[in-house]
Design a protein around this ligand. Structure first.
Ligand code: NI
Length: 174
């Protein structure tokens, strides 16, 4: 296990689409996932995508703790080659941060309900419906696989800034 270096916004790896993983059960893939988990927990963060650790592969990990932002906790989940389907036109604004933009946050619109499917590291398939914060985290992480960072989704850049300043100014609603 190893803690990996996280690429920050501006690095080209974060702007390029990632490749499909040919064999999700490959031990090299499992090694990468173990290192991603260690890196995410160390950061600490709620999610991490392989391009953020300089690997252009379609792998994301995330967890949703129970709390103010989410009624239901989602345990640590690994998605390989994930595909998202939008289930509603409803859009919700929410505050996001990203390990590739340390200390910053912004108000990002996301689809409220999604369905996603992916392959798990053991080769089985994962299919879930998600809403609210869970859906937000999955959309954020999967965007990384297409070279999209959350500021690129924002509608109002006046709501983008350093976390500490936004909290001071009362722009952090959650
Ligand atoms: Ni991110």
């Amino acid at each position: 296990m190893a803690i990996l270096k996280i690429a920050r916004m501006g690095h080209p790896i974060l702007m390029s689409p990632a490749h499909e993983v040919a064999d999700p059960t490959d031990p090299a893939v499992h090694q990468l996932i173990d290192d991603m988990v260690e890196t995410m927990i160390d950061a600490p963060g709620l999610g991490l995508a392989a391009p953020q650790v300089h690997v252009p592969a379609r792998i994301v990990i995330f967890r949703v703790p129970e709390g103010e932002r989410s009624k239901d906790a989602v345990p640590l989940t690994v998605l390989i080659n994930p595909v998202i389907e939008i289930l509603t036109d409803a859009i919700e604004d929410g505050v996001e941060g990203c390990l590739s933009l340390p200390k910053m946050s912004g108000m990002v619109p996301r689809h409220r309900r999604i369905y996603y499917r992916a392959t798990a590291p053991d080769g089985s398939s994962i299919e879930r419906e998600a809403e609210g914060f869970h859906a937000r985290v999955v959309q954020h992480e999967c965007d990384h696989l297409d070279g999209v960072l959350y500021p690129m989704r924002m509608r109002d850049l006046s709501l983008f800034g350093y976390e500490e300043e936004l909290v001071k100014e009362g722009c952090e609603p959650e």
